[in-house]
Design a protein. Sequence first.
Length: 463
Amino acid sequence: MNNFIKPTGDPFIDVGGYVIQHLEERFPDKNIFELIEYATNVYVKQWGGKLHTYFLNSTITQPAYDAEKKIAETLKYYRGIIEETNTEFKTGYCRIVGSETKLYIAGRSNHMMSASGAFINFHSAYESGLYLSKEALIRTFFVPLGVCFVGDKIALLQSNFDKVSSYLVAGNVTNNLKNIASGIAEGTLKSEFGIISNALFGYADSCLSNLAIAIEDDDDEIALKDVQLNMYHFTNFGASPDIELHTFSNLLFKFYAHCKKNYSKEWNAFVNQHYKYSKFKDAQFDEQSQEWYNTKERLSYLDYKVWNNPILNKLIKNISIISHLCKWSKKHKFSFNIVEIYCINILKMEKYTIQKIKELADFILNDKSDDQIKKSVVRLNGLKSSGEFRAYLIKLIKNNYEAKNPNPLITLEDYVFYLFPDGTFWKDTRDLLLIAIYQKLHESNLVIADLSSDEDEENYETE
């Protein structure tokens, strides 16, 4: 059985292998053909042959066949390649497994996201399809049991750690089989999440909660620090096959794990207030209970976690959330350590840049009256260009010089290489300065009335 479960690096083939491994544990007396027979009966009798998003014009999706013929033809094909009695083969090296063996055509009828015979120019040497070993094709057959629908497409999960991949696939297998046993299955499991970013964060949460029991102790520390999750979101249906890769990077995983472990209450409060759902009218957020409510009902996290969330979307797409953190910091005490780790690890900002921004915040606040602080913050919020921001910093440099402070506030090197390095957006630097100011005010319990400006509100409402 090792040839059917050993990781290969191909995400589709490996998911099929993890399914076989999981089924082996459930049915230790079944050989590989009997497991194929079990899966075939599930696909045809329980799911009604609804594998159109996986296999185009296969023996299972063939509308001209009744249920019994679908089963018989499917088993005939796989028995033929297992016993090597199928005469349609050539000898060579399997592109997936790598071993020299008998190879069989892999088209859209028995393999996902590959071309069919009509598209021979898609393949090298004008072959009529990919040529794969029986092990690769058999493993592909089990993929539908190890995946789930996220929205309108199939989500196939893979990680840079085999044991994490196995854990995530096992969860789908377990839930698929549970639905089958309860008689409610009409096809592949449907995720509670219809939005990709929400689903990926849901899987990350599952890893953080359960990974320690899913992998060996000696691997635990490595996995928790370096896990990356990949979602292949695809359909092999009809004339419109499509696939997209969405990644929950290892850097994001580290950052998210740090927030959940050390700043869970602060992080959750920030994220939860950004969920939005157009059909939940007149929604308001209760910060104490962390519930969304209107005049008719109150919804807990278990209800609204499936709504759209721009914070989660931007984190997955690696788009800066600094503007959101800035708006949040105005009214909420929020650990600057979260912001610092995010900037250094996700935005790849220099540590010295963060340190310099904190020094500037101190200079703006030290020995200043409430009115002076308010004027500084309102002016910062109202800046509309990088030129205006640079002029603001130059004014700070001048103020520092006139105060006869012994050390320069900003050196030429600070200005060029750390505050405005190539590839950075000036608003991110400005917003970080505002965040540092807001958090220092919170820490000192200083309340300055109406720190917002009209420009500030306009800038963030469109985010």
